[in-house]
Design a protein around this ligand. Structure first.
Ligand SMILES: *[C@@H]1O[C@H](CO)[C@@H](O)[C@H](O)[C@H]1NC(C)=O
Ligand SMILES: *[C@@H]1O[C@H](CO)[C@@H](O)[C@H](O)[C@H]1NC(C)=O
Length: 217
């Protein structure tokens, strides 16, 4: 019995170990052919002989993203969609800029843990565990914070000056589920009676949130 249990533990640890990030690659490089029509888990790769330095290069994080939007923040992604050479490598970056008072609203990354480094300013950040415990801290320039894979989190700039951070992910394509938009701005709409029962409020309150979050025409 003990032997069976030990075997189970080893098998479980192996599964955990192999799913800690994107799957391992099987060759030196695997540059994504972003235009290929074939669908695979990840991206089809182009001929290795055709790879160039441009496939591994991106300038998009050099400048602040535009923060003149509803939430006063902008996440600029440097993942496989921008850097085809990241295909199968299991890592990516982003830069997040915040206007004074801006927020990167409650969201999760289904495929990655996130570790951030504050470039400028001061941010109130936090995540919520599956035990419903809020882990929260104010972080400033030069400091680092971690958001575990899949957990709901936020970064909020309560200051009168802008802020920015670099985020790293253990996935080539971390994915993002925006809590408010997922629930109140999906297409087609999540039915009102699903939301009224979920939030224990009336249709009026649900419709108010839906209209606030609807894309501005
Ligand atoms: C590699 O580049 C050559 C020259 O541009 C092109 O003819 C060929 O189709 C490319 N191969 C692949 C697999 O993309
Ligand atoms: C944000 O600012 C940019 C550059 O100043 C401008 O082109 C853009 O239209 C603005 N967007 C909004 C939603 O105001």
């Amino acid at each position: 019995m003990a032997a069976v249990f030990a075997l189970f533990l080893v098998a479980f640890a192996t599964v955990l170990g192999s799913s800690a990030a994107d799957p391992d690659m099987l060759q030196d490089i695997c540059v994504a052919d972003l235009t290929a029509a074939v669908k695979v888990n990840g991206f089809v790769r182009k001929d290795a002989a055709n790879a160039t330095a441009e496939d591994f290069f991106f300038t998009g994080l050099a400048k602040p993203g535009l923060t003149n939007n509803t939430f006063g923040s902008m996440a600029t992604l440097a993942n496989v969609g921008k850097i085809p050479g990241l295909n199968t490598l299991g890592v990516s970056l982003a830069r997040i800029d915040f206007a004074p008072g801006g927020i990167n609203p409650l969201h999760t990354h289904p495929r990655a843990t996130e570790i951030v480094y504050v470039l400028e300013g001061e941010l109130d950040v936090g995540f919520i565990t599956t035990a419903n415990k809020l882990i929260r801290k104010t972080i400033k320039q030069g400091e680092v914070f971690v958001f575990p894979k899949g957990l709901v989190h936020f970064q909020n700039n309560n200051e009168k000056s802008p802020a920015s951070m670099i985020a790293a992910f253990n996935s080539q394509l971390q994915g993002r589920v925006d809590i408010a938009l997922t629930l109140f701005a999906a297409t087609p709409e999540v039915l009102d009676n699903v939301l009224t029962k979920t939030f224990q409020v009336g249709t009026k309150q649900v419709d108010k949130i839906k209209s606030n979050l609807a894309p501005k025409a």
